[in-house]
Ligand binder design. Structure first.
Ligand SMILES: [Zn+2]
Length: 310
């Protein structure tokens, strides 16, 4: 391992379906500068790949002395190979991002999955510090999990798809299976279910929560069914892997205690002999995956395997 100047900054980029969040981070992990771009998803996958490269160029212009870059992307991701295998949201297939970025920038590259990177950031900097058995579960337009078991991250590219566990809804999921948690507990599915029962046209979970708080019985029912479905699936996770801590992130966590209190109560009621995990909100919010990309960038500097090819 080559010694590097500890004051050199790192570059981080989190590519999402609607926005790309970039940062220049100091070597101690503090953010020197944030940048945000729209993801040109409507222009096709090639345009998004080009936008990622342009964003990295822009960040390097801000920090020409950067020695490493971290990139995280959604979908099916092979962290080890450095390849974005597939994203239904963006439409790309088999993009060898690590190699492309190494060739383009000539500096070390950390690469990974956005939710796993978010979990890494929560564990290193956020709500899961000091916990070894953790589920980090963002609930937004989708639901997935970053899993730590006995202190180790489960990086299998097919693992963590907790949103596609059968919650017994009987509805067909976008993935092709029936009954998945995502058919009842994501922001869009909560809105869809509420709209179908009330002839409304709300978008996302927020207006449903607001109507529940205003005394709307249908909103209360739709919300409670979503919470119960999440608890139903979490019982299975807890029974298999016994996390000490469950960190809830994503857009739905903005509901705060309206989500966490009934969810904790339902989970604790359902668990009979299992250890009761603590359920807490994510600490890093929207920036978790970008900060996780920064941690991957720092790890890339000290990981000889990632330095090969430099
Ligand atoms: Zn599914």
């Amino acid at each position: 391992m080559t010694e590097h100047d500890s004051h050199e900054p790192m570059i981080a980029l989190d590519v999402g379906g609607t926005a790309m969040k970039g940062a220049v981070l100091q070597s101690d992990g503090r953010v020197r500068e944030y940048r945000r771009w729209a993801t040109p998803r409507a222009d096709g996958p090639e345009a998004v790949v080009n936008a990622v490269m342009t964003a990295i160029d822009d960040l390097i212009t801000q920090a020409p002395d950067a020695r490493s870059v971290g990139l995280v992307v959604p979908g099916l991701v092979d962290d080890q190979a450095g390849v974005a295998i597939y994203s239904e949201n963006i439409g790309w297939r088999d993009v060898p991002f690590r190699e492309m970025l190494m060739n383009r920038t000539g500096i070390s590259v950390g690469f990974g999955h956005d939710v796993r990177a978010g979990g890494l950031a929560e564990r290193v900097l956020g709500a899961a510090q000091g916990a070894n058995d953790v589920l980090f579960m963002p609930i937004g337009t989708g639901i997935s999990g970053a899993m730590y078991v006995e202190g180790r991250s489960i990086d299998n590219k097919f693992a963590g798809e907790i949103g596609h566990i059968d919650a017994g809804t009987g509805e067909i999921c976008a993935c092709g299976a029936t009954g998945c948690l995502e058919t009842i507990a994501t922001g869009p599915s909560i809105a869809r279910r509420y709209n179908a029962l009330t002839d409304s046209s709300v978008t996302g979970a927020k207006p449903v929560v607001e109507r529940m708080l205003a005394g709307d019985g249908t909103a209360t029912r739709v919300w409670e069914e979503a919470v119960e479905a999440i608890a139903h699936v979490l019982v299975q996770y807890v029974t298999l892997l016994s996390p000490e801590l469950i960190v809830i992130g994503g857009g739905l966590s903005a509901a705060g205690d309206h989500l966490l209190e009934p969810l904790s109560a339902s989970l604790h009621r359902r668990l009979v002999w299992q250890e009761q995990p603590r359920i807490v909100p994510a600490a890093l919010g929207d920036n978790a995956a970008c900060l996780g990309a920064g941690i991957l960038a720092r790890q890339a500097l000290s990981d000889p395997a990632v330095r090969l090819g430099l």
